[in-house]
Design a protein around this ligand. Structure first.
Ligand code: UDP
Length: 315
């Protein structure tokens, strides 16, 4: 196959490039580098089967030659990033998805949309099944991301229904691992950066809000299975091990051997910060025969080792 990965220089996109190259496929990565970085794909520079195209997919997409699959992963994804780039976030979800779908259709390619647990907003149901329609405030600060992805899902389904296109939608829950940006503002890089520097971890609010953290390799395995499947409806991919942000901070400190403890940063929670988030993954288990393999402590240890090496290298 020859695959196009939009957002190919991002955290998840670059891991996807690695996976498809390792399986012997040809990969075109496309990115405008506003939140992605070429550091994430620097190791692929000499690869015969790899190309990088610097391009903003909110503008018309052109790639010469055949393409068999389009994996649409371009978008700011951390709350801090989409608050900084609200219009770009809406544009890439709307115009970018439209262009990527039109491109895939012209090439006769299969299409996979990276959607998100944020389509459930601040959920009133727990765990979140794919049939739950969510609780999103369109005019809240997080609405730019949530509504962009909700629109993108609607557009994908319209292309499937109207044009009979082969489409897939993954709703990705909190994912962490090497190649996150240490300064992207999300809880995992924040806590790990603080732990490495021997600082106290900043727990926003009282830390009672929950998340489920999956390791990148588990997500990538699920994405590969979903693309290969014939399942058109959205599929949640995430772990079901739910943890409060307070307990997560304790876990990061334990794995990183950071004695500095925790500080409560009361005013730092963004309006609409979901109080709970936990996927129901029965669909992924049933239709993809997928379930996560990497324990939180194991994944954290690997991620901390990566960031320690990165910080040492930069210093
Ligand atoms: N959070 C925190 N300290 C930080 C950064 C984030 O307590 O330094 C909290 C944040 O308020 C949220 C949770 O961690 O409740 C997860 O936030 P993140 O930005 O990683 O992504 P989200 O899951 O909200 O999209």
């Amino acid at each position: 196959m020859r695959v196009l990965v939009t957002g190919g220089a991002g955290f998840i996109g670059s891991h996807l490039c690695d996976r498809f190259l390792a399986a012997g496929h040809r990969v075109v990565a496309m990115d405008n580098l506003i939140t992605g970085t070429q550091d994430n794909i620097a190791h692929l520079a000499g690869e015969r089967n790899f190309e990088f195209i610097y391009h903003d997919v909110s503008n018309f997409i052109h790639v010469p030659g055949p393409v068999d699959a389009v994996l649409h992963f371009a978008s700011p994804a951390s709350p801090m990033d989409y608050l900084k780039y609200p219009i770009q976030t809406l544009k890439v979800g709307a115009l970018g998805t439209h262009n990527a779908l039109g491109f895939a259709r012209a090439k006769g390619a299969r299409f996979l949309l990276a959607s998100t647990s944020e389509v459930y907003g601040d959920p009133l149901e727990r765990p979140q099944t794919e049939s739950y329609a969510g609780n999103v405030d369109p005019v809240g600060p997080r609405g730019v991301y949530d509504e962009a992805k909700r629109y993108a899902e609607a557009l994908v389904m319209a292309y499937h229904r109207q044009h009979g296109m082969e489409t897939r939608i993954v709703r990705i829950f909190n994912t962490y691992g090497p190649r996150m940006r240490l300064d992207d503002g999300r809880v995992v890089p924040n806590f790990i950066g603080q732990a490495i520097r021997g600082e106290a971890l900043t727990v926003y609010g009282d830390g009672s809000q929950t998340r489920c953290f999956q390791y990148i390799d588990d997500l990538i395995a699920g994405l590969v299975k979903l693309l290969a499947s014939d399942f058109v409806e959205p599929v949640n991919i995430g772990t079901t091990r739910e943890i409060t942000i307070y307990d997560f901070a304790l876990t990061v400190n334990a794995v990183a051997h950071n004695p500095a403890g925790i500080v409560f940063a009361d005013g730092s929670r963004i309006e609409g910060d979901p109080q709970t988030r936990k996927p129901d993954t029965s669909r992924a288990r049933k239709v993809l025969d997928w379930q996560p393999q990497v324990e939180l402590e194991t994944g954290l240890a690997r991620t901390i080792a990566y960031f320690r090496a990165l910080v040492a290298e930069t210093a």
